[in-house]
Design a protein around this ligand. Structure first.
Ligand code: AMP
Ligand code: MG
Length: 418
């Protein structure tokens, strides 16, 4: 898929990729999953529609009342006041009034009830004075008011949802409103992931000197879960060349994408990069961004592979910026644009020119509606608390230096996956 970067061990010779260039290369390299599944709509939540959905019915299917009130024939509104009408029956939602209604008559009607055939207008009950079987109304009403028309929401024959759309909670409602119980979606991708590092202990184990708990597998689990994919958690793999190789090959056989964290840099025990350089299908990129400069990307036996950095913040940032669009592409989703906003930065920020910073920020709106953003504090790529309190990235362009308090900055509000 891609070629090895020969300059990998000579960082000074390796050109830095911009974030945009990296994204472009990733998107071009990933083929959407083509196979489809037919499933009940609830099971399709978060999946990608593989076919357009066309409505066989009008929604609403019949003329109905938007209010609790009285259905009348609007011709009577041409009369002088006061207008008195006889109440000749009641229409409930699901139980229509079937009889005739003359111009001097009306029908008590509830919200959602079918309009009687002879009526075209609904008077809100608050605008009618009732005594026994008579109501009195003014003539100051508009013809057709408070009436919902067939097909007003969805017309019979209309494309309600397009192929490539991710099925949302609103879509589940929409599909059921047109009587659709099953949809065809692209097969859910299976993402294999594991952590590498001799120092990593899983939950429940005791930390020995030099050990830390594996957190990347948990942040990745959370983010992937929110991307509605199938997960294959392969655990913590020690820094052992044979073991890593075996695990990668197994993952390539059973998953649609593989993610690893750690071991992709140039340390003595960074076997992931060593193994993958031999395969010749993985690039080791240096991206002009902070956090998350080293990133491996390519394929293992045709399965797309991401070697994410080991540091906890870098893992989340690279997963957000690069893995997320890659999974969207794998799922066959239409391109969606990240929301980017301008906000006033209320504290100064340290920044060295040369890389694009994705600093962690807390975005708020003042009482007057102004967007302001504050830093989360320490910005090291090991400060995972910064991700927990943040609700956005503050994006500081590659060539910029420090940000002064009061300057306007670009912010990327986190979408639902962090
Ligand atoms: P590496 O890329 O393996 O050199 O790791 C870079 C840094 O990230 C080191 O401080 C590692 O201990 C740390 N690290 C790597 N993997 C994990 C993980 N799964 N959870 C927490 N920290 C990690
Ligand atoms: Mg390591």
């Amino acid at each position: 898929m891609t070629n090895i970067n020969d300059c990998f061990n000579n960082a000074h010779q390796t050109p830095l990729l911009t974030v945009e260039q990296t994204l472009e290369q990733i998107k071009n390299a990933i083929e959407p999953i083509k196979s489809t599944d037919k499933q009940m709509i609830r099971d399709a939540l978060g999946q990608t529609l593989a076919e357009n959905v066309i409505s066989d019915i009008n929604v609403p299917p019949h003329r109905n009342s938007a209010m609790d009130g009285y259905a009348i024939n609007s011709e009577i509104l041409a009369s002088a006041e006061p207008i008195t009408l006889a109440v000749v029956g009641t229409a409930f939602a699901g139980t229509p009034f079937q009889g005739k209604v003359s111009v001097n008559e009306c029908v008590r009607i509830m919200t959602g009830a079918m309009m009687p055939q002879d009526c075209d207008t609904v008077i809100m009950q608050e605008d009618a004075q009732r005594s026994d079987d008579l109501i009195r109304i003014s003539n100051q009403h508009l013809k057709a008011q408070n009436v919902r028309h067939p097909g007003e929401d969805i017309e019979k024959g209309a494309v309600v949802l397009h192929a490539g759309k991710q099925i949302s909670p609103a879509d589940l409602g929409l599909l059921s409103s047109i009587g659709v119980s099953e949809v065809t979606t692209y097969r859910k991708p299976k993402i294999a992931f594991f952590s590498t590092g001799d120092e990593l202990k899983s939950l429940g184990q005791t930390l020995q000197a030099g050990d830390i708990y594996d957190s990347n597998r948990y942040t990745l689990y959370g983010m992937l879960k929110k991307m509605d994919v199938e997960l294959l958690d392969l655990g913590v793999i020690a820094d052992d060349k044979t073991l890593i190789k075996e695990t990668l090959e197994n993952a390539a056989n059973s998953a649609d994408m593989i993610l690893t964290s750690g071991g992709a840099s140039v340390g003595e025990a960074d076997y992931v990069s060593e193994i993958l350089q031999e395969s010749g299908k993985v690039n080791f990129w240096k991206i002009a961004m902070k956090p998350g400069k080293p990133l491996a990307f390519g394929s293992i036996n045709q399965t797309p592979y991401f070697g994410l950095p080991g540091n906890p913040v870098s893992v989340m940032a690279t997963c957000y910026l690069f893995v997320q669009p890659a999974i969207s592409r794998l799922k066959g989703l239409d391109d969606s644009q990240q929301l980017s906003l301008k906000a006033k930065c209320i504290h100064s920020l340290k920044k060295v020119a040369g890389r694009t910073d994705f600093q962690r920020g807390i975005l708020k709106q003042t009482a007057t509606g102004e967007l302001i953003v504050d830093t989360t504090g320490l910005q090291g790529s090991h400060i995972l608390t910064s991700m927990s309190v943040a609700n956005c990235f503050i994006v500081i362009p590659q060539d910029s230096g420090n940000v002064e308090a009061g300057e306007t900055v670009e912010v990327l509000p986190f979408n639902g996956i962090i």
